[in-house]
Design a protein around this ligand. Sequence first.
Ligand code: S3P
Length: 170
Amino acid sequence: MRQRLKKTVVLVGMMGAGKTAVGTALARLLGVGFLDSDEEIVRAANRTVAEIFERDGEPFFRARESEVLARLLAGPPCILSTGGGAFLSAENRKLIAAKGVSVWLRADLELLWQRVRHKNTRPLLRTADPKGTLAALLDKRAPLYAEAGVIVDARAEYSIEDMARQVIAA
Ligand code: S3P
């Protein structure tokens, strides 16, 4: 099903919501390109997200994230998966609203935790109480993610492909 997208579909939401997996499936179903903002940052820096946070700090990462978003949103429409913090800046949200359609993959704490608990790739969760940190981030961020143009619920029983089809339907 090759489609011509009018605008870039920007997947937003917490770590573990499935943005990259759903975005990849969505792009495949629609026959359009897929990009991932974290991947672009990592490629340009030649370091992992964790290494960037550690060496240069979060503000440096956020600045790169905003630059990457602006660059990708200026390009041809595609499916764009973003890091969990990308939709927090008002400037990024404004840019995304102007150039794309945002989709919040909304997932509850338990699902997010099940998906991130065994991975050590998220620098923000390298705390004494990673689940508590995740819960606090979710509480703080949910009202901002709710500003997305479209909201799709992620559930443990939905496959990645189910989720991608829900995004298309929405
Ligand atoms: C972050 C989420 C990560 C990555 C970085 C910060 C966040 O991306 O950008 O670790 O602030 O939520 P994922 O949402 O793809 O894990």
